[in-house]
Design a protein around this ligand. Structure first.
Ligand code: WQD
Length: 344
């Protein structure tokens, strides 16, 4: 029988790509979102890519316990992937209460509903931000977490701990996987779904594509005096479709009883460090566009260098990043052009 996966925050950037891959892998998906940080285009795009006109969409506020319980009562949910959270680092520093309330409450409601149903497989969308500024790179899952540098990062650490404790106390009825994403970028090759930042983008790649298309006058590169080969920060940029496929592997691992512990952690990255400047140069080259950029002082709170050792995900989950940075940057640009064409 087909298994059902609930995707909270399913209409967003990562959620929509994950939904596509789950459907294509043969799962029934329930997409749930409150549309606080995205519109319905993600849902429409997923339907168009997969041909699943009947894809269930539930408008749910995950901070509302009654709504979450009703959702779990309505569908035979075998696994839940929890994305529904706020994600802007800077905003979290300005509005910590809003971040703690939203990111913790929504996850607690999911866990409570899962427990009340007698158990569930829970996949939590975590972040490399939990490693802070690591003492050594690349980071493995055994690399110690550092104190979080923002309320956003703290909510990721806290949710990791909450899931671990819940799994431990559940006597095996709740199982958990924490996926720690590095820097997800790019868009679906169909250019029908992608990242839709509201207002001025915080993240590098949307800022690059918006500058290239003329929405922004100039990209500011934060710092060129870091102790790295070209002076700019090093990151592990992971293609969004590769990242989405890691979720299919993780869900399969849970549902097929392949887990080696009741709560597991995997780094989801390429293992390939790339500097901000290298990324900018690659974007210009592969897309044949000239980018207006300038170097400005460092951004507060930025980690100098971080990239993944993805060996565990490669060997244990059978997942590996396969798309080249060129393909990824091409997809990011095609998505931006798709948005431009839509507006004309
Ligand atoms: C990457 C690099 C910037 C914008 C954050 C979160 C993480 C994850 C992804 C949230 C840095 C530089 C950026 C710009 C620049 N979660 N940069 N000019 O900070 O590595 O990770 O986003 O969604 O948890 O911490 O990603 O894309 O913001 O920055 O020079 O306009 O690009 O300084 O070195 P980051 P990023």
């Amino acid at each position: 029988m087909k298994k059902t996966v609930l995707v909270s925050g399913g209409a967003g950037f990562i959620g929509s790509h994950v939904t596509v891959e789950l459907i294509q892998a043969g799962y029934d998906v329930v997409m749930a979102d409150n549309f606080s940080n995205c519109d319905r285009s993600g849902y429409e795009g997923v339907k168009q890519i997969t041909g699943r006109e009947d894809l269930p969409l539930e408008e749910v506020d995950f901070c509302n316990a009654a709504q979450v319980h009703a959702l779990f009562a309505k569908y035979p949910i075998d696994a839940v992937i929890h994305f529904a959270a706020y994600k802007a680092v800077g905003e979290s520093v300005e509005k910590p209460v809003m971040y703690y309330k939203n990111n913790l409450m929504s996850f607690l409601n999911v866990l409570e509903a899962a427990q009340e149903k007698g158990g569930c497989n829970v996949l939590f969308s975590s972040s490399a931000t939990v490693y802070g500024e690591p003492d050594a790179v690349p980071v493995t899952e055994k690399t110690p977490r550092k104190p979080a540098t923002s309320p956003y990062g703290n909510t990721k650490q806290m949710c990791e701990d909450i899931l671990r404790d819940t799994v431990k106390a559940s006597g095996g009825t709740v199982k958990g996987i924490l996926l720690r994403y590095f820097n997800p970028i790019g868009a679906h090759p169909s250019a029908l779904i992608g990242e839709l930042p509201r207002g001025v983008p915080n993240n590098l790649v949307p800022y690059i594509t918006q500058t290239a298309v003329g929405k922004r006058p100039c990209l500011n590169i934060f710092g060129n005096d870091y102790p790295t080969p070209d002076g700019t920060c090093l990151r592990d940029f992971i293609d969004i479709v590769d990242l989405a496929k890691a979720h299919v592997c993780a869900v399969g691992r849970m549902l097929e009883g392949k887990m080696k512990a009741d709560c597991e952690v995997f780094n989801i990255g390429t293992g390939r460090p790339l500097s901000v400047l290298e990324l900018v140069n690659a974007f210009e080259k592969v897309n044949g566009v000239k980018l207006n950029y300038k170097f400005v002082p460092r951004r507060a709170g930025d980690v100098v260098s971080i990239w993944a050792d993805p060996t565990l995900a490669n060997t244990e989950m059978g997942w590996k990043a396969t798309r080249s940075i060129e393909e990824t940057l091409k997809s990011a640009w095609e998505w931006e052009l798709h948005l431009k064409n839509q507006q004309q």
